[in-house]
Ligand binder design. Sequence first.
Ligand code: FNR
Length: 185
Amino acid sequence: MDKKIKILGIAGSLRQGSYNKMLLRAAAELAPTEAEIEICDIGALPMYNQDLETNAPPAVTEFINKIKNADAVLFVTPEYNYSIPGVLKNAIDWGSRPYGKNCWEDKPAAIMSASPGMLGGSRAQYGLRQILVAINMHALNRPEIFVPAVQEKFDKDGKLTDELTKAKIKEQLEALAAWTKRLQK
Ligand code: FNR
């Protein structure tokens, strides 16, 4: 049997009751059999400081190793003021340094976002896509997943109940697995 495709799932919210964390957990359950999603918490990362790059704190080294070991990355993020949250940008910046040692380099990525609002975090996604160009990740173009009115899509235990969203997640993860295999050829 071929080795499973390792997808590292990163949520852009630290909030305990985060809808985006719920969405990431739902994605981990809906992953195709050929892939597995490991959820990576970015809450322990310190604020990026270039002075710390040469002797990085253990939380940073651990984070960078997780990215290096992944075949692909799934970002599941809220939109904060039309952009990605600072905690996610902070994590991305840590992974991109020191200069010449960008651990995101050449990896495939997929993006999902969720918001109580009507646009489902779409404006943050396009900002994130621009950042992925800078760190030379290969973002999957389709299907895009924006989850609007997210509070209506999970039950009180944080389980995804919306069938359309479940179907889209499956579709995106299958596309990410195929995209990853294509890039590994
Ligand atoms: C928000 N929220 C928000 N929503 C949106 O659709 N567009 C936006 O620009 C913003 N801006 C914004 C800024 C800040 C600082 C906060 C705290 C929130 C609302 C946001 O989508 C909502 O709080 C989500 O529930 C956050 O995601 P999690 O934590 O549930 O995953």
